[in-house]
Design a protein around this ligand. Structure first.
Ligand code: 13P
Length: 349
């Protein structure tokens, strides 16, 4: 396994730093822009993302990498500088989403499998030449009940784990660190223990496939959900229980060779995603060497909700939007060390 991949994976999860997931597909970013009444064009998408990428002070302290969408990795800033160069100059690492989305899984109503393997080898080589040094592929596992069937099926878990491992092996061949993202959705009324049970099954299937397909664990990063109560569950677990069950689930399933776990936010509020990451790192520190991986963030919505609202589609608001982004990044940076506290939310960056 190349030392280069291992170093890159370790750099991404340096204490205090995490990833900004800015890789929304055109359809998803349109939904986000609709929510603030902003027009969604190639230029407004560029302006919004350029605003985030120019929050350079934040990058040197709290953001190690940015996941880009295909359109963005090819775009230039308003002054003609490639966005990839802006990111590199700010000291962050550009990454790229390479799956082509979750599609209906044949024979399994209500379930999905992520596509994008065809031509992937060639696309990865092209992205490497454009400056990407890591990649992302997201599989979606839905726990929610559908009629009498209980999801997810073993078939869905297996199909997604297989695809994730094929993607990961191709990434390592192309010298890109694969971020392996099996997202167990928080939609539904299930309790936290059911989330733990399904996540455990998913991670066991995933690491089996990664092993079978000869993926070097030292050179990947895992991007999972936290172990949470379903959004509609009547009894919501508190931060300490979330932290304990999240760590217990990963201790049972994730090999120590893997350098880092970078959580997705998955629909948690921004402050909740920070509070949970903080609690996870506090429980980890208190347990001594028991949990060997760095535990950080790779948030989309939980980093962008505040700046998106502050920007509101108006470039006159860039400074306040950047301040809102810097604040969330700083809060999450502290949470990677278990040093966040609710009072800090009210202090200016
Ligand atoms: P969220 O943090 O909004 O869940 O997004 C992270 C991500 O990259 C999903 O693929």
């Amino acid at each position: 396994m190349s030392q280069q991949l291992q170093n890159m994976a370790q750099t991404i999860v340096m204490p205090g730093k995490g990833i900004l997931a800015a890789d929304e597909s055109t359809g998803t970013i349109k939904k986000r822009f609709d929510s603030i009444g902003a027009e969604c064009t190639e230029q407004t998408r560029r302006d919004y993302r350029e605003m985030l990428f120019r929050t350079t002070e934040t990058f040197s302290h709290n953001i190690s990498g940015i996941i880009l969408f295909d359109e963005t990795i090819r775009q230039n800033a308003a002054d003609g500088t490639p966005l990839v160069k802006l990111i590199q100059d700010a000291g962050a690492i550009p990454g790229i989403k390479v799956d082509t989305g979750a599609k209906a899984l044949a024979g399994a109503p209500g379930e999905k499998v992520t596509e994008g393997l065809d031509g992937l080898r060639e696309r990865l080589a092209a992205y490497y030449d454009m400056g990407a040094r890591f990649a992302k592929w997201r599989a979606v596992i839905d726990i929610a009940r559908s009629g009498h069937r209980r999801l997810p099926s073993a078939y869905c878990i297996k199909a997604n784990a297989h695809a994730l491992a094929r993607y990961a092996a191709l990434c390592q061949e192309a010298k890109l660190v694969p971020i392996v993202e099996p997202e167990v959705l928080m939609d539904g009324d299930h309790d936290i223990d059911r989330c733990c049970q399904v996540t455990e099954a998913v991670l066991n299937a995933l690491f089996d496939e990664l092993y079978d397909q000869r993926v070097a664990l030292e050179g990947i990063l895992l991007k999972p959900n936290m172990i949470l109560s379903g959004k509609l569950c009547a009894s919501q677990a508190g931060a300490h229980e979330v932290a304990e069950k999240t760590l217990q689930c990963f201790a049972r399933t994730v090999p120590a060779a893997m350098p880092g776990i970078i959580f997705l936010s998955g629909g948690q509020s921004d402050e909740q995603a920070t509070a949970h990451l903080n609690a996870i790192n506090q429980v980890k520190s208190a347990a001594g060497p028991r949990y060997p991986w760095s535990l950080s963030f790779s948030y989309g919505r939980a980093l962008q909700a505040a700046p998106l609202k502050a920007w509101g589609g108006n470039n006159n608001n860039i400074r306040s939007a950047q301040a809102a982004f810097a604040h969330r990044a700083r809060m999450n940076g502290l949470a990677t060390k278990g040093q966040w506290a609710p009072e800090l939310e009210n202090q200016a960056a």
